[in-house]
Ligand binder design. Structure first.
Ligand code: NDP
Length: 289
């Protein structure tokens, strides 16, 4: 029987709807949650991602400001732009769209954003709170979205064996911390490009999460029958007929083996945006308390 599809769009809609009362309370206090998005250069894919975030802001009642700077901007000027946004009391969240030009240090950018406005959750202080399993930090959006979608879909996580393929600071690593937390209680394995016998490692998973960036990497025979499969990957590929389309990291044939699967598009992507909205509202609440 083909896998049940976890509908990320439906789940994201519920998250966004749940933010309305919180936005209303802020508005009553004279506070409009406000997200600043910095885009360096005119990369088409990044522009599409930014547009999606701006549209979500409008749906939720968050004000958004786009700051587009040329790809030639000096790194010091980009940091100065972040300093200005940090100092602007009307702005509650700051996001610098990835990827940055290779000459720029993304870690330095993450560290420059004020911890309270770090709605991506990439500042070392927010990641440190995640490591310590402490409340009050802003959690990276994609990992938070994956966990929320699994819970929403009724997927049991406690005591399950989770394998995450990918160990990035944006997805794989914080997701592992989130799932291994007390109260979530998964037993987590992190795999990566140097993991020997990757298919066999994946086969051990009750919940298999692919966050790699290689289209169709995870094959049907890497998946234990009945496992839950989460596909974080977003890869642009060109079909045999010359059509360009999005593909996840999971081969479509996996849907015949898994019990539950997330689609691409329409799975983790909308959840990432919904969690960004949630983080922005949380940041506005914390800054206006
Ligand atoms: P990174 O490139 O930062 O990390 C990729 C990870 O995959 C690395 O840990 C790498 O291993 C591992 N890897 C690469 N190739 C292989 C392989 N052949 N076998 C096993 N492991 C491998 O990517 P991100 O984490 O930023 O993103 C991963 C994917 O998720 C991308 O497709 C990205 O577009 C997508 N994404 C989707 C989001 C969404 O909202 N849906 C949000 C963010 C990302 P190593 O560390 O050894 O190099």
């Amino acid at each position: 029987m083909p896998a049940r599809i976890l509908d990320g769009r439906a789940c994201a809609q519920e998250v966004e709807a749940g933010l309305a009362p919180r936005v209303a309370i802020l508005t009553d206090k004279g506070v409009t949650p406000h997200l600043a998005v910095v885009l360096v250069g005119g990369d088409h894919a990044s522009q599409v991602y930014v547009k999606g975030k701006v549209r979500a802001c409008a749906r939720v009642g968050i004000k958004s400001t786009n700051i587009e700077v040329p790809v030639t901007i000096a790194f010091s000027d980009l940091l100065s732009t972040i300093d200005e946004l940090n100092a602007d009391l009307t702005i509650h969240g700051i996001l610098v769209q990835s990827p940055l030009p290779p000459r720029m240090d993304e870690l330095e950018v993450s560290e420059r954003i004020s911890v309270q406005k770090d709605v991506d959750g990439f500042h070392p202080a927010n990641l440190g709170l995640l490591v310590q399993a402490r409340k009050g930090g802003l959690v990276p959006c994609t990992p938070a979205g994956v966990l929320h979608m699994l819970e929403w879909g009724g997927v049991e996580i406690a005591s399950k064996r989770v394998v995450i393929v990918g160990r990035s600071r944006i997805v794989g690593m914080p997701l592992a911390l989130l799932l291994a937390r007390k109260g979530v209680d998964a037993t987590v394995t992190i795999a990566h490009s140097r993991t020997p016998e990757l298919p066999a490692v994946c086969c051990e998973a009750d919940v298999l999460i692919a966050a790699v960036g290689v289209a169709g990497l995870v094959k049907a025979d890497w998946v234990k029958p009945g496992a839950v499969v989460v596909d974080v990957g977003v890869n642009r590929i060109v079909d045999a007929d010359g059509e360009s389309r999005l593909s996840g990291d999971v081969d479509p044939a996996v849907a015949e083996v898994a019990s539950v699967i997330t689609p691409v598009p329409g799975g983790v992507g909308p959840m990432t945006i919904a969690m960004l909205m949630q983080n922005t509202v949380t940041a506005a609440e914390l800054q206006s308390a």
